[in-house]
Ligand binder design. Structure first.
Ligand SMILES: NC(=O)c1ccc[n+]([C@@H]2O[C@H](COP(=O)([O-])OP(=O)(O)OC[C@H]3O[C@@H](n4cnc5c(N)ncnc54)[C@H](OP(=O)(O)O)[C@@H]3O)[C@@H](O)[C@H]2O)c1
Length: 233
């Protein structure tokens, strides 16, 4: 099984990579900017499953906008793509500068869109592909909103709506697309945004659910935005 995980160097992405290698024979493509953290993750994964094939892909997702492509993604077919890399700056709307707005819109929406588009030739056909777009409860329609998260939440909402649209366009190709709107998980991102808050879930706990959903969820869901949350936020 060939799996791509973006944002694998920390938090939920790191935990998902470990969980996948533990339970499945996989060839994993792990994308993030920090090569050092990806190499540590590779070591951790190989300790859990010495037969796993781990390809570290040090790559800045924003470079997709310059038509750059992570060359070492060399598999013929992608079984699972988890668009997990994300950027959150907790700052009131009126104080965000243009670069910050574009930065969040790029990492959370434009780059995952381009990654999907440029990967389509390796997806679906005889074997299904499941694309999972990691979104946020803050972007879920009708959910409680918090000051400082406007562009983050709006860019995640765009990713979720893309999910609904692509599920229709791609279903004939045997490609399934779902979005998980996550609630709070105790990671660096959450600590930076809500320093005094203790999340009810660890990255390992959330990873267990997402990995299971990535492997099996496409049999039951397509084009869905599913809230995965025990808490507010
Ligand atoms: N934690 C929560 O409570 C929570 C709640 C709702 C949704 N989420 C979503 O869940 C996902 C994972 O979040 P997390 O809490 O695990 O965050 P995290 O600990 O901050 O990890 C974010 C990951 O994204 C990568 N990343 C960021 N910018 C990148 C770029 N330009 N190119 C490539 N990789 C990039 C980071 O790696 P490098 O820095 O090495 O590039 C890191 O591996 C995100 O999409 C987040 O929005 C999290």
């Amino acid at each position: 099984m060939n799996v791509i995980i973006t944002g694998a160097s920390k938090g939920i992405g790191y935990a998902m990579a470990k969980r996948l290698t533990e339970i499945q024979d996989v060839r994993l493509y792990l994308i993030a900017r920090s090569e050092k953290l990806l190499l540590q993750l590779k070591k951790d994964c190989l300790e859990l499953n010495p037969d796993a094939e781990i390809v570290t892909v040090p790559f800045d997702m924003t470079n997709l906008l310059k038509n750059e492509w992570p060359e070492n993604i060399d598999c013929k077919h992608i079984d699972i793509l988890i668009n997990n890399a994300g950027l959150l700056l907790n700052k009131n709307f009126e104080n965000l500068n243009t670069d910050e707005i574009i930065g969040m819109a790029t990492v959370n929406f434009v780059a995952p869109s381009l990654l999907i588009q440029k990967s389509l030739s390796k997806m679906g056909g005889e074997h299904p592909t499941h694309i999972i777009n990691i979104s946020s409860m803050g972007s879920y329609q009708g959910s409680v909103k918090f000051p400082g998260l406007s562009i983050y939440s709006a860019s995640k909402a765009a990713l979720s709506v893309l999910t609904e649209c692509l599920s229709v366009e791609l279903k004939e190709k045997n490609i399934f697309v779902n979005s998980l709107a996550l609630g709070a998980v105790q990671t660096e991102m959450l600590r930076a945004a809500f320093p005094d808050y203790q999340a009810p879930l660890s990255p390992d706990e959330m990873a267990e659910f997402i990995v299971d959903f990535a492997i099996n969820g496409y049999k039951y869901f397509n084009g869905k935005i599913l809230p995965v949350s025990l808490s507010t936020p």
